[in-house]
Design a protein around this ligand. Sequence first.
Ligand code: GTP
Ligand code: MG
Length: 223
Amino acid sequence: MANDVGSIPDLVQKKHDVGEVVKIICLGDSAVGKSKLMERFLMDEYRPQQMSTYALTLYHHQTTIGNKNVVVDFWDTAGQERFQSMHPSYYHKAHACIMVFDVQRKITYKNLYNWYKELREYRPEIPCCVVANKIDADLKMAQRSFNFGKKHGLPLYYVSAADGTNVVKMFRDMIKKALDYKQNPRDFIDEVLQELENFDLEKKEENSEADEDGLKTESPEFV
Ligand SMILES: Nc1nc2c(ncn2[C@@H]2O[C@H](COP(=O)(O)OP(=O)(O)OP(=O)(O)O)[C@@H](O)[C@H]2O)c(=O)[nH]1
Ligand SMILES: [Mg+2]
């Protein structure tokens, strides 16, 4: 009997523990360090000489922002960036974007213009930042001002996946922004999607409250 009493709060707890789910995508040329940055943030380990990413990798991360549970789905590319373009589904419902270049290769900085243009075609309003990676290889680069960020009103982070400089700060800032965007979308389509999601959640809560009260869902023949 004691178990029965205990199980109700557990159920309620689980329902609320899931929290908000946000999707964060990463863009940038091949070998700028996108995968290494994610690995550095998620596992706090760094293994140089890893093979390029050939398949889409999804990194699942649970965290708290303020007193909210947040589930973050980080999307890492399937190597499509070699073709300078991503499949539209990569952008679909993304809440924030991390755009990376390699301070040792100028072309990767120039290509930010293309990445940004494509991003804004699919996701006109989501928060985005520019990441200057590999500053460990040339510390002078951290003194340089890169105008791309200023020009488009995007924050710029000087980071190193190799030694961890600024990696946690950049990811934490972007998770906060993704959450903020999800809760206050600035894009009409996103607003509608958010409304639908809230509606769906309310329905689920109503159903699980009914379940907890011992009510059964009606089988189709009674509907
Ligand atoms: N010195 C230095 N090397 C780095 C850093 N980050 C990544 N690298 C190296 O850069 C290379 C590419 O890193 P990846 O993380 O695989 O790059 P990527 O952007 O995911 O590449 P694709 O999967 O091909 O798109 C690897 O050899 C890494 O070891 C860094 O901060 N400093
Ligand atoms: Mg990769």
